[in-house]
Design a protein around this ligand. Structure first.
Ligand SMILES: [Zn+2]
Length: 235
């Protein structure tokens, strides 16, 4: 069975993964701006309305560039690793100067980057809604918590808890036919990184993007560029 085409898709067709409105388009989750070419085959797609699809693209572009500049320590196009980002920095001087302005030196003389938190939160929430729609089913309630921080700033126990998937002996099992269920019974061919309890992060592109959806439907975790840890929860 092709995991991109499950019966649940027919049942859920007709709703934007983000707002629940009538979809007129399909959206890649994650968006390609967060990945490098060549793009992975079988990139997940969800139904989306054109308004949602467009409303996130500038924020996604911002986040892709911000992360890459933080990792490179500069907004110089020739010094960033991702060629897509280097091109955007060259072609979008306004974005580049906005990013350059977010680079500061703190009292200790350390260089810090101040993200535009609302934009990052919008992107992280959107990605989580997309993963939830693709793996389980669309949720349209606002999440109760949206967290994001550099992986390196998480303490040892926090980072362990983030990387791990807690084992549950009771709880809700994913519906038969959802991708979350399929992933527990078949190999999807995607690269995966098992946690100590055997559940696996789904690696969309190594070093660029991985995520995990907890099958009790309460949490999505995402790691961007092996730098930014994100968690979105509905509790
Ligand atoms: Zn929508």
């Amino acid at each position: 069975m092709d995991p991109r085409h499950l019966f649940m898709d027919q049942r859920l067709a007709g709703k934007c993964a983000y707002c629940g409105g009538v979809p007129d388009t399909r959206d890649h989750v994650p968006s390609r701006v967060l990945l490098d070419e060549p793009f992975p085959p079988q990139l997940p797609v969800v139904d989306a309305c054109a308004a949602c699809n467009q409303s996130f693209s500038l924020d996604e572009q911002y986040l892709a560039c911000f992360l890459e500049c933080v990792l490179a320590g500069t907004t110089e196009p020739c010094d960033v690793q991702r060629s897509t980002v280097a091109r955007m920095l060259r072609e979008l001087p306004a974005l580049r100067s906005r990013l350059a302005a977010s680079r500061r030196t703190n009292e200790e003389g350390t260089i810090v980057w101040q993200p535009e938190v609302d934009r990052v939160r919008r992107v992280v929430t959107k990605l989580a809604l997309g993963h939830m729609a693709y793996e389980l089913y669309p949720r349209h309630e606002d999440p109760t918590a949206v967290f994001f921080a550099p992986l390196s700033t998480l303490g040892e126990s926090q980072s362990g808890a983030f990387e791990d998937t807690p084992f549950r002996d009771i709880g809700v099992w994913p519906e038969i036919g959802t991708r979350a269920f399929m992933r527990t019974v078949i190999a999807t061919g995607q690269e995966s990184m098992p946690t100590p309890h055997g559940e696996a992060w789904i690696v969309v592109q190594a070093n660029r993007y991985r995520y995990i959806v907890e099958s009790d439907e309460s949490k999505v975790r995402i790691v961007l560029s092996e730098y930014l840890a994100c968690q979105v929860a509905w509790e």
